[in-house]
Write a protein that binds this ligand. Structure first.
Ligand code: NAP
Length: 298
């Protein structure tokens, strides 16, 4: 099986490459990144072919996806910056990769989305992921959409934020951190994607894959702190105040934490049905995920 991955240098991509590299059913993986600089972050494995791709170069994308059985589209952002916004990174990039997959008659397009994605969402991030899902659903390809919650693994941004907070004596958290997360171990996501790669699929299916234990963000910080052998006080930053600050700085800086991002990180992650068993995943207990992150960062 030949697989193409976009955003291969993302935290999900690096973990997934590690899983797929060990999978005997996988013969080769085109690891698509936007610059040669990113090659260094990719695992080295004879099966993995680091490849520079540009999302505005249809011919180059088509060439990169040549002969692919499965295309896994990971590239996407939550935090905009001067060079990447939701329209380009989340929507236009998806359209370009779908076109390349179609031109190559790829058998399966797998798209990583987010719990809460909706094309009519009031939130620009969820709306962009919803728009990308819709493009995939309407592409005519066989599509699997995986909606995920906060991802935790040794190199995810979510884990770094939690570790940073847990190391403080007092962590100042948006609204006191009472919003509920369903953190998913990044290895579990890679297992789900690897299993999907081997399935014969028809039409478009959307799955929600969440972690095993719903937990308020403030309690998640406490769990990290306890594991570090610390007691921690959780303070609160009013969400409305943070949004005013974020509105100003994101306009001045042309990106960064914006009110949209604050809405995303302070929204309860709600799942209607967890597809762990359909996807053949045995969910890692949250405590094991936390221990794994601390071991890797010690
Ligand atoms: N991490 C989470 O908790 C989480 C939760 C739900 C869903 N997801 C989804 O899972 C996927 C991977 O997330 P991640 O956290 O692993 O990502 P990440 O580590 O933040 O990496 C982002 C990736 O997107 C690429 N990218 C940035 N701007 C782009 C643009 N304008 N056009 C094309 N590609 C661009 C980056 O390439 P460069 O390095 O070249 O900038 C990088 O490969 C994303 O689609 C994300 O929305 C993640």
């Amino acid at each position: 099986m030949k697989i193409v991955i976009t955003g291969a240098n993302s935290s999900v991509g690096i973990n997934l490459l590690d899983h797929l590299g060990r999978d005997p059913a996988v013969e080769s993986i085109i690891a698509g990144v936007r610059s040669e600089k990113a090659f260094n972050s990719l695992p080295s494995d004879a099966k993995i072919v680091p490849t520079v791709i540009a999302y505005d170069d249809a011919a180059g994308l088509e060439q990169a996806a040549s002969g692919a059985n499965v295309v896994i589209h990971l590239a996407g952002i939550l935090i905009e910056n001067k060079h990447s916004n939701y329209a380009t990174a989340n929507v236009a990039a998806t359209a370009a990769v779908l076109a390349a997959a179609k031109a190559n008659n790829a058998q399966h397009f797998i798209f990583i989305s987010v719990i809460g994605a909706r094309p009519d969402s009031k939130n620009a991030y969820y709306r962009s992921k919803g728009a990308a899902e819709k493009l995939a659903e309407e592409s005519g390809l066989n599509v699997s959409i995986l909606r995920t919650p906060l991802l935790l693994g040794p190199s995810t941004a979510g884990a770094w934020s939690l570790l940073g907070a847990a190391k403080q004596d007092e962590a100042k958290v948006l609204g006191g951190g009472h919003y509920v997360m369903h953190p998913l171990d990044i290895d579990d996501l890679s297992v789900a994607i690897s299993n999907l790669c081997k399935r014969e699929v028809s039409g478009s299916t959307t799955y929600e894959l969440a972690g095993p234990e719903p937990i308020a963000y403030c309690d998640l910080i406490r769990r990290f702190a306890t594991e570090l052998g610390k007691e921690i006080k959780i303070g609160s930053v009013p969400i409305w105040l943070a949004k005013i600050g974020a509105a100003v700085t994101s306009i001045v800086k042309g990106g960064g934490i914006s009110p949209t991002v604050i809405d995303v990180i302070t929204t309860d992650e709600k799942t209607s049905h967890n597809a762990d068993s359909e996807l053949g995943v045995t969910l890692t207990p949250l405590q094991d995920t936390i221990s794994k992150i601390l071991r890797a960062n010690s």
